[in-house]
Write a protein that binds this ligand. Sequence first.
Ligand code: DX5
Ligand code: ZN
Length: 224
Amino acid sequence: MLKKLAPSILDADFTCLGSELKVIENGGADLIHLDIMDGHFVPNISFGPNIVRSIKSKTSLPLDVHLMVENPANHIDSFINAGGDIITVHYETCLHLDRVIQTIIDRGAKCGIALNPATPLNVIEYIINKIDLILLMTVNPGFGGQKFIPEMYNKITRTKEIINLQKKSIELEVDGGINLGNLSQVVNAGADIVVAGQAIFKSIKPEEIIKQMKNIIMKSGKTS
Ligand code: DX5
Ligand code: ZN
């Protein structure tokens, strides 16, 4: 499976979002990761569908919407209408997970399920064949710039093993605390899509970091 880089714009400069998007495109990223935070499920508040719509009008890269919100079912339509290509909801926010998945599929978007670091893998057993993507959080969600939780390497590997047992192709996305230092270990553990925020946007040369990350991703994980 083609390995991908998904820069998160959470820590980009929102006063010049257009040029930040150009940096992402020129660096050769594959997706744009959009962290939607509601101040309830996670302590932080980020941005909503209007920003997503503006971004959609300025880029042809697929938009990877990570909903860290309570009652995500209430927001699926607005983020798909705004241009979201992949809609990922947290298992921890869905009392009726199967129904939420069906809603996303019926609306024509790709469906991802995110798991917090402490959430066990068996919760996806009965829905795994309906989804397109599993997002493993490798920090506790809510903020950029946190430290990767080392126990998550093993979770990535185990998730990849479960995915490999399925007939359907399901992408494994890994999100939180990834930088040039740990990227190859994350990819070798089994990640297909790597999210990176501060490692890119808090650096002096974001475009250069994206290129370096893409190189590492392409060289690592060739056997998985
Ligand atoms: C955390 C978000 C992440 C975050 C990644 O709640 O889901 O996508 O922005 O940022 P870094 O790479 O800085 O951990
Ligand atoms: Zn995210």
